[in-house]
Design a protein around this ligand. Structure first.
Ligand code: UDP
Ligand code: MG
Length: 340
């Protein structure tokens, strides 16, 4: 707590300091204007210089056009146009790579994360916290099935993984510059951002909030995508399933051995009038199933290793329109970087 207060000295909220807001957007034409209006109302009174980085994640609707209209009216807006839809995790990565802020806020465009909470997050940042993550008190507008699956996922994750991932926490959070710099060094292809956010450590602080319903439009996450994301989370932060496969093998092999011994004894004592088809089928099917599961688990990891070894860039930009509000700041940063 004390060291948290000490380092707050270099976090004044004056116009010399920049707040970057990173917003991944994918087909959000229905909410974008409303979102920016609400965000602007929050940013206007701030003493910090602000930039709002919209990452257009290959939208196929009017999102790009709306962003340009907004950009024309507000010099704080920067637009990153990805070359196709890369998914929210990579869109966020692009925004974090680009952000030049001393503090960076990641927020959804659908108004489920209320922008009005940003000042509270800044307060905590000023107290010296490096990561201020927003924890949902309620999950309004979500089915019980979604709630249950989310709950089950966090339970499994906290059992298997080494870095505890806080429950009911989305991507809505504030990051200090040094947390952003740390994240930039994690270039893995299989990105489970919630895990990465937790992995970097530093002084983290949870703020409870009520998550609203989507303002308009529909969620881009169906259950299959959520399932894939969960697999991603487990396999990129834990090798426990690999161990589980070996234990399962050991267990079935042990069981099969005992069963074998039993059959020998039984044959010696009572003889064996053939039959035995059901037992044989059960054993064969069971072993076959266990083997397939184990191979599947291996495959998940090998597939990820294969993806990682390619070392592809994580995303590609089609266009990059900087914000006027931070243009100078960006230039001096680049010059400094060039000097050494
Ligand atoms: N999003 C994105 N790329 C995608 C899917 C979503 O950039 O492929 C953005 C989306 O525009 C929104 C945020 O990620 O700003 C959260 O998406 P959504 O509301 O669909 O997810 P949910 O809130 O249901 O988890
Ligand atoms: Mg949403």
């Amino acid at each position: 707590m004390n060291d948290a207060i000490e380092s707050a000295a270099d976090r004044p909220v004056d116009s010399q300091h920049v707040l970057s807001v990173v917003v991944p957007v994918y087909n959000e034409e229905a909410v974008l204007a409303e979102f920016h209006a609400r965000l602007a109302r929050v940013l206007d009174p701030l003493t910090m210089t602000a930039e709002v980085i919209y990452i257009n994640d290959g939208s196929t609707d009017r999102t790009a056009a709306i962003l340009e209209e907004l950009r024309a009216a507000d010099p704080r807006i920067a637009i990153l146009d990805l070359s196709r839809n890369f998914g929210k995790e990579l869109a966020m990565t692009a925004g974090l790579d680009y952000a030049c802020g001393d503090a960076v806020v990641v927020i959804d465009a659908d108004l489920q994360d209320p922008p009005e909470l940003i000042p509270d997050m800044l307060d905590e940042w000023q107290k010296g916290y490096d990561v201020v993550y927003m924890q949902r008190r309620t999950r309004r507008g979500e089915t019980w099935f979604k709630r249950f699956t989310a709950f089950a996922f966090y339970k499994v994750m906290s059992r298997l993984g080494r870095v505890p991932i806080p429950e009911n926490v989305g991507d809505f959070r504030l990051l200090d510059r040094r947390a952003v710099l740390a994240l930039r060094r994690l270039r893995e292809e299989n990105r489970f951002m919630k895990g990465l956010f937790a992995w970097i450590g530093y002084r983290q602080k949870a703020l409870p909030y009520d998550r609203d319903e989507r303002f308009a439009g529909t969620t881009k996450w169906n259950y299959f995508r959520l399932w894939t994301l969960s697999l991603e989370g487990i396999t990129s932060f834990s090798t426990a399933p690999l161990q589980m496969a070996s234990y399962m093998g050991l267990l079935t092999a042990g069981g099969a051995f005992l069963f074998g011994v039993w059959i020998v004894i039984k044959t010696l004592l009572f003889g064996e009038p053939v039959r035995g088809y059901p037992t044989m089928m059960v054993v064969i099917l069971f072993l076959g199933g266990v083997q397939l599961i184990a191979i599947g688990i291996l495959g998940e990891y090998i597939g990820r290793m294969f993806m990682e070894t390619k070392r592809r860039p994580l995303y590609l930009l089609k266009a990059e329109i900087p914000a006027d509000s931070t243009r100078e700041r960006r230039q001096t940063r680049e010059e400094n970087a060039a000097d050494g």
